[in-house]
Design a protein around this ligand. Structure first.
Ligand SMILES: Nc1ncnc2c1ncn2[C@@H]1O[C@H](COP(=O)(O)OP(=O)(O)OP(=O)(O)O)[C@@H](O)[C@H]1O
Ligand SMILES: [Mg+2]
Length: 227
């Protein structure tokens, strides 16, 4: 089953009144249960592609379908409900809520899903353990290191057991050992729950976990490797 389709996706950004083409005809399909990753130089469009798949940004032209839903045609409310139910997004710059603790940041998507308090606590404690943050669960983001913040963002994305996880530089701030532990956690979710993953990364350790590597250059996929 195909989970994600991008077909001839074009995207420009307007910078100082000039149109800058960022995506120039991206085609990609992702099957349910796959792990794939986007690689390519800084500025090649990796984050833009992920944001379009996640319904955070929109294509100017082309077709974007996720779970057989046309994201471009959805209203705001419908889109955020869809995101909350189906997607886990790990942002390149984390986007944590500054006034909430690590525990509360991870808990938040479950509150939106109206999961009961006892069940929330059980799941959040287990996730804190899995991402190695139990000792700092009551710290706010500004009281955490970069790598700890990244792990909060990962916990928050995985806590709802989403069907599709979109992860932008998931190991960017982690030391090799912690990065590997996080990738093992995602691999386990992939194997046990058939969760689909798409990553953007510069880190060869991340791509070593994915069977497919899509190389992006200057807004187009120029090469695909399959293991
Ligand atoms: N909101 C925006 N407004 C204007 N230009 C943007 C915007 N977002 C991205 N761009 C431009 O689009 C291009 C692609 O950016 P993108 O963030 O997708 O690259 P990337 O491959 O994720 O890079 P990195 O590896 O540095 O994260 C860049 O040239 C960037 O300057
Ligand atoms: Mg990026």
């Amino acid at each position: 089953m195909i989970l994600v389709t991008l077909q001839d996706v074009y995207k420009d950004y307007i910078m100082a009144k000039t149109r800058v083409p960022v995506l120039k005809g991206v085609n990609l399909q992702l099957a349910a249960g796959e792990m794939a990753c986007l690689m390519g130089p800084s500025g090649s469009g990796k984050t833009t592609v992920l944001n379009i798949i996640g319904g955070i940004d929109f294509a100017d032209r082309g077709r974007v379908s996720v779970y057989n839903q046309d994201l471009q045609a959805m209203g705001d409310k419908q889109l955020s409900a869809f995101r909350n139910k189906t997607l886990g997004f790990i942002f390149q710059y984390f986007n944590l809520i500054p006034v909430l603790t690590a525990f509360e940041n991870i808990e938040y998507p479950l509150v939106l899903q109206r999961v009961g308090k006892k069940e929330r606590r059980r799941r959040v404690e287990a996730m804190l353990e899995a991402v190695g943050l139990s000792a700092v669960k009551n710290h706010r983001p500004d009281e955490l290191s970069g790598g700890q913040r990244q792990r909060v963002a990962i916990g928050r994305a995985l806590i709802t057991r989403p069907k599709l996880v979109i992860a932008d530089e998931p190991t960017g701030n982690l030391d090799h050992r912690t990065g590997k532990a996080i990738m093992e956690l995602m691999k386990e979710m992939n194997e046990k729950e058939k969760t689909t993953f798409i990553f953007a990364t510069h880190d060869p350790m991340v791509s070593s976990y994915t069977r497919r590597v899509l190389h992006l250059l200057d807004g187009a996929i120029v090469k695909e490797e399959k293991a």
